[in-house]
Design a protein around this ligand. Structure first.
Ligand code: NAD
Length: 675
């Protein structure tokens, strides 16, 4: 297809003539059949809703087709309308546009749906089993059409994948505002999601799926490397040990697939269990995991040999994680670090596969007999925790990896609680990411080169290294380690071949680091050192972007971790400080109803106006969370805020006075309360 033909296709939107019906490609990793949640009246409503996108003359034919999809898959994806061209990141100039910002957004959407990037590309799912870009192909087509024709005086509004339309705004407004899964709080259970999604009126946008900011598994390789490095440092310090050998976890999917690669970069042997052969093969063929075993005894022999030697190697086990925890306990294999990255934010429809059932048996049971499947998941979680507890007694450091493992295990009645009502194991944010990164403002800054050229990415890597090396000279001791880890990371990033999809990079930086790197990119674009605009953004797993009591804000201890003011304020603040697009989501990471998160994208055009915007917006995008974390009395955040207020005159934040616990105890005693 020529470039002109491609542009014409994008601008066409929903075609005037029906495209050919598509066959169901068995070689693609498809989303599992979703639960049959709608009653007969609601099924009619779902079909009527889907038909809204098409002229009446097609309704008879499409109604039958959509009814069939609803029956077969539990959703209406409108497969017929999946385009014939390859969906992937291209040079920004390959997209049709009237404002370049819109072309950059099209590039980012295309990357999220690229078949080498997306988990279930035909169901428009980027990662996490249900992290959707759109609910159906009509929404994709219509959105791309709107973007191709919008001007700098319009804003596109997207409700959970549905493009509501273009509305007049101004050049300073965001070009796009996205909300995903925003529902009235009382209607935010897992089944509500199933129902609203099946009706075609809401979707789970995860974090970077429905906000068009996914950059393949690289993002999570970085986060996982930092987490494993710091977990190992922490354990070595507490045990006075010098070397750590073995990490055990599960999942080789969208995000979890990063674990073996990250462990290798961190110098640790890993064993990762994966029940889905397709997901496992993808990671193996990409070279992200070294050796594959489906025989437990053979794996045990090989792992024992590896831990007694000096090779750092990564193993995939084709099977259930519960079998690994149990077998390794029987075989007395010492596990230093342990976690879990099954998709437990989505426990009942394919996020977690119970032990004792094959992958195929589970898939069948979850749609045919959901109640029995739920029981099997609960039993499996109890078994898994029992085995983990045995290892923990032998010194394994187990942490929840932000996938709602502890939450769902506790709901399943697993022995995972302490007597004081807290979880027996920490979340990785409580112990590691919170105090070491977020409270100092360090979070997942990322960028995408809109030329789609590796050469541009190489230039930006060098710019980022130079900027951080300059900043570290003036950094206080408290953040030198974080700076150093990220300088090392970015120096190695090119060599580690991390790019899958768009020419993207990620590193962790604080407000100053993010602003200085972005400003240096902007200047490089202006000077022609970088050949096209750059999109900057972040994932939502960050300082300010996410309120999630069991993950990003699990180290907030003033009782406010169940509030979501920070995440909502963040998006509003980003939108009027210069973001090109913003998004706000219910769900993401730990599950529907469990988290509110938001993000932004900003197109750097190499202009002076962009420099003003990027400084204004990035400063807020980090300071908001620092101020909240400081108000929650987190001492690292109080330190960071004080430093920032000394630098920035206009920043005036309310800081807490710290009450002495003894005074409170005495006061309660005196009034005869609180005993
Ligand atoms: N910690 C973080 O920074 C972070 C970041 C992103 C995602 N997450 C969370 O991690 C989880 C995984 O994300 P993902 O994108 O990899 O999801 P995914 O669905 O792509 O991958 C999970 C994989 O686990 C496998 N699996 C499920 N049950 C299993 C079992 N019992 N034994 C072995 N394998 C099993 C599935 O087949 C699947 O391939 C999600 O809950 C996600 O929200 C955490």
């Amino acid at each position: 297809m020529t470039s002109a033909e491609f542009k014409k296709k994008i601008a066409e939107g929903i075609p005037a003539e029906l495209p050919e019906l598509k066959s169901y490609d068995q070689n693609i990793n498809h989303a599992p059949k979703r639960k049959d949640i709608l009653d007969n009246t609601e099924k009619r409503l779902a079909i009527k809703n889907a038909l809204r996108y098409f002229p009446e003359k097609f309704h008879q034919l499409l109604a039958k087709e959509f009814a069939g999809e609803l029956l077969a898959y539990g959703r209406i994806y409108m497969y017929r309308f999946r385009p014939d061209y390859d969906i992937k990141a291209r040079h920004i100039e390959d997209f049709p546009y009237r404002t370049r910002s819109a072309a950059a957004i099209m590039l980012m959407i295309s990357n999220n749906l690229d078949s080498i990037v997306a988990q279930h590309p035909h169901e428009l799912i980027t990662y996490g089993g249900n992290g959707a870009v759109f609910q159906n192909w009509a929404q994709y087509r219509l959105t791309m059409k709107y973007l191709s024709e919008m001007t700098d005086e319009q804003t596109l509004v997207i409700y959970s994948g549905h493009p509501l339309g273009l509305f007049p705004s101004s050049i300073d407004a965001p070009r796009l505002v996205v909300t995903n899964g925003m529902v009235i709080p009382n209607y935010s259970s897992q089944d509500h999601w199933e129902k609203f999604n099946a009706l075609g009126v809401s979707q789970y946008g995860q974090m970077t799926a429905g906000s068009y900011m996914y950059i393949g598994p690289q993002g999570i390789v970085h986060g996982t490397t930092i987490t494993l490095l710091n977990a190992a440092r922490m354990k070595m310090k507490s045990k006075g040990r010098s070397g750590l050998k073995l990490f055990v976890s599960s999942g080789l999917g969208g995000m979890s697939g990063a674990q073996p690669k990250a462990a290798k970069i961190a110098g640790i042997i890993s064993v990762i269990a994966e029940v889905n052969r397709k997901a496992l093969n993808t990671r193996h063929s990409q070279g992200w995991v070294d050796e594959v075993y489906s025989d437990l005894n053979a794996l045990v022999t090989r792992v024992k040999r590896a831990v007694s030697g000096s090779d750092v190697v990564s193993f995939a086990y084709e099977g259930n994680i519960v079998d690994i925890w149990e077998k390794f306990a029987d075989e007395k294999i010492h596990i230093d670090l342990g976690s879990d990255q099954t998709s437990l934010h989505n426990p009942w429809s394919g996020g977690y596969y119970p032990a004792g059932l094959s992958f195929e048996e589970s898939n069948e049971m979850m749609s045919k007999d959901p109640a029995k499947f739920k029981d099997a998941v609960r039993i499996s979680l109890r078994r898994q925790v029992e085995a983990i507890n045995k290892h923990s007694l032998q010194g394994t450091y187990f942490f929840d990896y932000g996938n709602a493992f502890l939450l769902e295990a506790s709901r399943a009645g697993a022995d995972v609680m302490k007597s004081n009502g807290e979880f027996r194991y920490p979340s990785y944010v409580q112990d590691i990411m919170g105090p070491m990164c977020f409270d100092y403002g360090f979070g997942p800054f990322r960028w995408v080169c809109c030329s789609n050229e590796p050469a541009d990415l190489e230039v930006t890597d060098k710019i980022a290294i130079g900027t951080l090396e300059k900043l570290i000279k003036e950094s206080p001791d408290q953040i030198k380690q974080q700076m150093d880890d990220n300088i090392r990371w970015i120096k190695e990033a090119g060599k580690n071949n991390l790019v899958v999809g768009s020419q993207a990079r990620i590193l962790y930086a604080d407000a100053e680091g993010r602003m200085e790197i972005a400003a240096a990119f902007n200047s490089a674009i202006a000077k022609g050192r970088v050949s096209a605009p750059i999109v900057i953004g972040r994932d939502h797993h960050d300082v300010s972007g996410t309120d999630s009591p069991y993950r990003e804000t699990s180290n907030i201890y003033d009782g406010s971790k169940f509030t979501a003011d920070m995440a909502v304020q963040n998006v509003i603040g980003d939108s009027f400080r210069g973001a090109t697009w913003v998004s706000l989501h219910n769900g993401g990471g730990v599950g529907w109803g469990e988290v509110i998160n938001g993000g932004f994208g900003m197109v750097l055009e190499g202009t002076p106006e962009t420099e003003i915007k990027l400084r204004r917006m990035l400063h807020w995008d980090v300071s908001n969370g620092i101020a909240r974390r400081s108000w929650a009395r987190n001492k690292e955040a109080m330190f960071t805020l004080k430093r920032e207020m000394e630098k920035t005159q206009e920043l005036k934040v309310t800081v807490p006075y710290i009450a002495d616990d003894e005074i409170i105890e005495k006061a309660l005693k005196e009034v005869g309360s609180g005993s």
